[in-house]
Design a protein around this ligand. Structure first.
Ligand SMILES: C=C(O[C@@H]1C=C(C(=O)O)C=C[C@H]1O)C(=O)O
Length: 357
């Protein structure tokens, strides 16, 4: 009897799956039409604001029992596969395979995109600049460790634009070949994760030397050849490189996020929730720091980030990186930036793009 009931339910599931498949194909056919319309008008194929709007609309519409958190993942793959029909989607990222940037690129572009690892942040910029990949993904700041200065420095030299941002919750895993704590004689990782797990390492592996390497994925690769070493890396690195998990989630602050930028040839069109990133250097005058923020405060434009970096060419001169809410196509934003420009030696808009939610 139970078997009969099971068979009946499975027949119902098959019928529903048939409908889902038909609908996926109907959807894909419409996406192909959108692709044709876009190529006639030289429009960007990848529209991050539209994708976010789809996830949000469906998330709000869902009444269950299908879990709302899973909607984004399922539709991420539907959109990823659809997008690959419009245009083969190639994305350069800071590699090797298994870095957090790889995980961020996966979260944004899905399994149907061709993700190509690069050796360095400048190499990601170069791939996009030369048009070998239309988009690139680089880390820009971490909620506990601060900015990734290599990325900010690259914007000083490059005219590429920001297409979107990705927020990724970062969890560190201690990985090794044997998976046994007592085998560990050294811990290898990138300096940032080592710093982010400082307390856990002091408490649990107090006398074990820490070794800096270029990336968490590189650390995972090194550990493959040395049973006495452990790597701090992503969960993704464990499965990619076939390593055992010694301990999961060893970061000192469980609220640890990294922000990544998608870079491309141009920024997307205006949406209902954008931000704009700028960089500039100011003329040295009394009160200038105060005055450079006035164009924004008097128009009630919210600043979400301000950061300064030394100019490489001159000692004690600084370049500022500013993130504000709004799109460069909005009058208030454009006016505020034009006013700020008067106080600047140079000013560059790095792009307007949808805010990650
Ligand atoms: C279909 C479009 O192109 C792409 C594919 C999307 C989709 O599959 O829904 C959404 C946004 C774009 O990245 C579109 O712009 O609407």
């Amino acid at each position: 009897m139970a078997q009969e009931k099971l068979n009946h339910l499975r027949t119902r599931i098959d019928a529903i799956d048939d409908q889902i498949l038909d609908l996926l194909n109907q959807r894909a056919a419409v996406v192909i039409e959108v692709g044709r319309a876009k190529s006639g008008e030289q429009r960007e194929f990848y529209v991050p604001a539209r994708e976010l709007a789809i996830y949000e609309r469906l998330g709000a519409r869902n009444t269950g029992p299908f879990p709302t958190e899973a909607i984004r993942r399922v539709f991420r793959e539907i959109i990823s596969a659809s997008l690959s029909l419009e245009h083969p989607m190639k994305v350069a990222f800071l590699g090797p395979q298994g870095t957090f940037t790889h995980a961020a690129a996966m979260q944004q572009f899905g399994f149907s995109a061709q993700l190509v690892p690069q050796k360095s942040i400048p190499a990601v910029f170069d791939e996009v600049l030369r048009g070998r990949a239309p988009y690139g993904v680089v880390p820009v700041e971490n909620s506990t460790e601060g900015v990734v200065s290599h990325t900010l420095d690259m914007f000083m030299e490059s005219d590429l634009q920001i297409s979107s941002e990705i927020l990724l919750g970062i969890s560190h895993f201690l990985l090794s070949r044997t998976g046994r704590m007592e085998d560990i004689r050294k811990v290898v990782s990138h300096p940032q994760p080592l710093a982010q797990c400082r307390k856990w390492l002091e408490e649990n592996l107090p006398d074990v030397p820490l070794v800096d390497v270029g990336s968490t994925a590189l650390a995972a690769q090194m550990v493959l050849e040395d049973e006495s070493a452990a790597a701090i890396a992503s969960e993704m690195a464990a499965s990619l490189y076939g390593l055992q998990v010694v301990k999961e989630r060893i970061e000192d602050n469980p609220n640890n996020f990294t922000r990544f930028l998608v870079i491309g040839q141009k920024s997307p069109e205006r949406s209902d929730r954008d931000k704009t990133s700028l960089m500039f250097s100011i003329k040295d005058q009394p009160g200038i720091l105060y005055r450079m923020l006035e164009p924004f405060s008097k128009r009630a434009i919210n600043l979400t980030k301000i950061e300064s970096r030394p100019m490489k060419k001159k000692a004690w001169e600084y370049v500022f990186f500013l993130d504000i809410e709004g799109h460069i196509d909005e009058k208030a934003v454009a006016d505020a930036i034009a006013e700020l420009k008067d106080y600047c030696q140079f000013l560059k808009v790095l792009g307007s793009y949808p805010r990650a939610r």
